[in-house]
Ligand binder design. Structure first.
Ligand code: TMP
Length: 198
């Protein structure tokens, strides 16, 4: 089972992903948590390049997809084969939102590259942490170059459009609520949608 966590920086997705990871582990599930881009030696190196250099949107897109391909091939597929639950802190929808809607790269191109990098494997469920921009800005201490003003607005709006297009996969969460309430929501959703006995 593949579960991804999506949203703009400061939306609380990484906190909830770590929390679910711990919870599932305590319940006796075999589970792994990875961050995209990252989590393999190669993908972590690509992540450093992405954060260090300014580059044109297409180069950026290809590097994100290369990092994802490495993560999927080296970690995600072997884990799924072993029957593990795999949690992903960001995945394909980040690229659609940030490079597609944010940098305005053709959405069809992004879709094809997402498909190539993942060999077509989509998450079984995606949690989208939806947060008003003003709240996100307040929560973020050090912003990366991916999280600047107007750009971030396009990314957030993009995420909402993606969620409307894939309602059966993407569950939008109101991320302005407290940590506890959001976590309960996630558990309830997993019980209902995936019949996980949690
Ligand atoms: P992270 O700090 O949440 O792991 O992500 C690093 C930055 O990379 C974050 O600002 C979002 C951005 N990003 C993209 O622009 N495209 C992508 O495909 C992914 C996965 C992340």
């Amino acid at each position: 089972m593949l579960i991804s966590f999506e949203g703009i920086d400061g939306s609380g997705k990484s906190t909830q992903a770590r929390r679910l990871y711990q919870y599932l582990k305590d319940m006796g599930y075999r589970v792994s948590l990875y961050r995209d881009p990252g989590s393999t030696e190669l993908a972590e190196s690509i992540r450093e390049l992405l954060l260090r250099y300014h580059m044109d949107p297409t180069t950026e897109l290809l590097l994100f997809e290369a990092a994802r391909s490495s993560l999927v091939w080296e970690k995600v597929f072997p884990d799924l084969k072993e029957g593990k639950i795999v949690l992903l802190d960001r995945f394909i929808d980040s690229t659609t939102a940030y490079q597609g809607y944010g940098r305005e790269i053709n959405l069809g191109t992004v879709r094809i590259l997402n498909h190539i990098a993942t060999r077509g494997r989509k998450p079984d469920i995606t949690f989208l942490f939806n947060l008003p921009l003003e709240l996100a800005h307040r929560r973020i201490e050090s912003r990366t170059r991916f999280e600047e003003g107007n750009y971030l607005r396009k990314v957030r709006d993009g995420y909402i459009l993606i969620a409307h297009e894939e309602r059966e996969r993407i569950v939008m969460l109101d991320a302005s609520r407290g940590e506890e309430e959001i976590f309960e929501d996630i558990l309830r959703t997993l019980r209902e949608r995936l019949s996980l006995p949690l």
